[in-house]
Write a protein that binds this ligand. Structure first.
Ligand code: SF4
Length: 71
């Protein structure tokens, strides 16, 4: 979740969801889970791998999609 990005075709990015729920044996070696555990407790993963939603009005300085990238 940030106001700046290295993505060349946009000025800002926003991740509305982090975490997931394992649903099948295909999830046994989930890369996303490893990343979430590594950064658990940080701004990006405040609840580790637990599903966490970020409503548009409570996101980073960019204010969510369609709100522009200036702060
Ligand atoms: S992100 Fe991980 S836990 Fe979620 S569906 Fe994909 S493999 Fe499974």
């Amino acid at each position: 979740m940030g106001n700046k990005t290295a993505i060349v075709w946009t000025e800002s990015s926003w991740n509305p969801v982090s975490g997931c729920t394992k649903v099948s044996p295909g999830c046994d070696h989930c890369y996303a889970e490893k990343v979430a555990h590594r950064f658990a407790g940080t701004k990006a993963y405040p609840n580790g791998f637990d599903v966490t939603l970020r409503p548009t009005d409570s996101t980073s300085r960019c204010g969510g999609p369609g709100r522009g990238g200036s702060s």
